[in-house]
Structures are given as structure tokens and as C-alpha cells.
Design a protein around this ligand. Sequence first.
Ligand SMILES: Nc1ncnc2c1ncn2[C@@H]1O[C@H](COP(=O)(O)OP(=O)(O)OP(=O)(O)O)[C@@H](O)[C@H]1O
Length: 376
Amino acid sequence: MFETAPPARTTAAQTAPAPRLEIRDLTRVFGGREVVSGVSLKVMPGQVTCLLGPSGCGKSTTLRIIAGVDRQDAGGVYVDGAPISEGALHVPPESRGIGLMFQDFALFPHLDVARNVGFGIKGSKAEIRTRVETLLDKVGMRRHIDRYPHELSGGEQQRVALARALAPSPRILLMDEPFSGLDDRLRDDIRDETLGVLKAEGTAVLLVTHEPAEAMRMADEIALMRDGRVVQHGAPYNIYNAPKDREAAAFFSDINVIEGVVQGALCDTPFGDFLTPGLPDGTEVEIVIRPQHLKIDFDRQGRGPNPTAREGTPAAGTVERSRFLGASSLVEFRMDHDNEILRASVPSVFLPKPGTRLWLMMRRDRCFVFPKRRRG
Ligand SMILES: Nc1ncnc2c1ncn2[C@@H]1O[C@H](COP(=O)(O)OP(=O)(O)OP(=O)(O)O)[C@@H](O)[C@H]1O
């Protein structure tokens, strides 16, 4: 018997803070077609989530609904646990405390940098000036405070646009392809700088992009979208290393695919057996491996290396082409067993001549086995 009541247990759900931004089962129909279909996700304060997917998959529509410039047909949008759009409730865009940085949200051409950044801030003249200067310091643009947009480069304009979006201290920032107008080198720098500023401000960010490299570089979490749905959600490392299906794997890099049929929980291929747990006999499967995980070995008078548990059986092929890509080399093989091409990538310089006989092995811990889907 307890003399006094035992201390109440707190569950993780009770102690966990509400997500800064949450969307639940968001659906949007255009012309009878669900372009956004039951999308749910959460963004915590200080976290960057990337909505990643091919053109037309519904990313921008999702963002527009969260911003309040479009309206969902079903589902809700919540900030710090409270609805801002749900059923008949629709908080107007300007009252949502959400900042926007869209590709086509140009700076005001007739205002200088200081007035562009200070545009949405409330407070005394001195307070506004201090906030503007602090932000311009953060984005490295303080010395251009008196310039006009046409006097700035694309990258400089982007930095000012970031400062402007952050000026009212939004709890949430929505970014739609914000770096797409910039050339490659500049883009990497600006992405890194932007990430630093966003983290320092503690803003919850939902960033839309169709570029996997951008999502990998920027995101704490990636929500991978396809045909209006989130098909996979997780940290970049997990999505890259444990893709849900062949398409998810292919979205992040070139892939090689070997086909086979399940027999006795195994699929027998020229590269040896692959485990296919849970798949019934006769299931057609696709074994997917990224080029950097194919191992190349030398020909030993018509024989390859000995099979191993880790890398299976070697299969022979002939080099068709090899190219130096800077950080790595890409070698294309025409395989003996089916006359198809496989691509292997090797760090640094490895450029075997066309016609060279070599052997390939597949690292078992780097292969993904998926049931084959009929593609329309
Ligand atoms: N106002 C609209 N009326 C009809 N269809 C629309 C409307 N807005 C978007 N769509 C359609 O909805 C689908 C999703 O569009 P959305 O702009 O959300 O895609 P996205 O993933 O952002 O693509 P992108 O990367 O090319 O911008 C597309 O097929 C698009 O044509």
C-alpha cells in the first residue's frame, strides 16, 4: 500500500513542445485532380524541413496553402498547436506570422536596401534601424545599406531578400526555390550563409526545392513528395541510405538496377544470392545499387576475385567508357551476362581503357531490394 500517491508520470507526448508548424491531411483539388493529397508534416522551431520532389508534384501548392494565399479542400494548418486554417477558419496571410521568400518575390525597386529590409517591421525609427543593421550584418550586406536593388548582383539581392523576410522575426519562414536564380558556386555559398542565419534566428523553415543536393545540404528533415503525396520523410542520411522504393533511390543519384525472381526467400543473380525476406516465390524484384557502391576488381586470367559474404559473387564485364568527373571517375561496363550497362563510380582518378576486362561486385549492405512495380 502506498502511504502517499506515487508521483504522476509524464509521458513524452505531455512534455514535447508543439511543432512550430504542422499540417495535417492537407488536400487540394484542381479540376477534379488531387494535386496535394493528404499531406501531413511537422516543423519544430529552429528546424529546416525541405519539401523535395519533381516539378508538378504539389510542393508550391502546399506552401501557398500554408502561407494562406490558397485554400485547402481538406485538412488543417497549425502554428504552435493552434489552428490557423481548418474548416471555416482561415486566418488571412498577413496575420499568420509567416515570412515568405519566394523566387518571384522581388525586392521593391524604388526602395533602397535599408527601406526594403525595414518595410515589414513595426517599431520606432531607431528600433527599425537597429534591426535592419543587425540583419544586414548577418547576411554580410551592411556596407550596401544605401544601395538600390538594381545596383546589386543576384546573390546580393538574395541576401537582402533573406534579411527582409526575417526582419519581422517570423516564427515560420516559407522558402520556394529561393536559390534557383543563382549560379552554382554562388548558390552553395549563399545556401550555407542562409542556413547559418536561419539557425541563429531559430526560425522554423519549410523550404521547397526540386534539387536533392539542395535538400541534402539544407535540411534537418526531408519530406519527399511524389504525385501530391509525401512518400518518405526523415533525416537526409536516412532517406538517402534507406530509400522506400526505386524511385526514391533514383531521385538522389544515378542507380543501377538488376532484376530477378524470388525463389525460397532468395533471388539468384549473376552477382550471387540476395535475401528477399517476406517476399513470396515468383515475386519479380529489382535490386538497386548506387554507382559508388559497386566494387571494381581486376581480371585474373579470366577469373575474378573470390566470392565473399559481404560482396557476393563477382560478375565480369568490359569497359565501355570511362570519364573523369573531378572528385570521382565514372566507369561504364557492358556486362557479360545480359549485355546491359552498369555504372561504377570510384573516388579520384581511375580511367580504364574501353575494352578492358574487369569484374564488379555488389556490397550487400548497400543494396536495396524492392518488389518490381508495373510502371505506366
Ligand atoms: N491554380 C491552379 N489551377 C489548376 N492547376 C493548378 C493550379 N496550381 C497548380 N496547379 C497544378 O497542380 C500541380 C502541382 O503544382 P505545384 O506548383 O504545386 O507543383 P510543384 O511541385 O511546386 O512544381 P514546380 O517545382 O514545377 O513549381 C501541377 O500539375 C499544376 O499544374
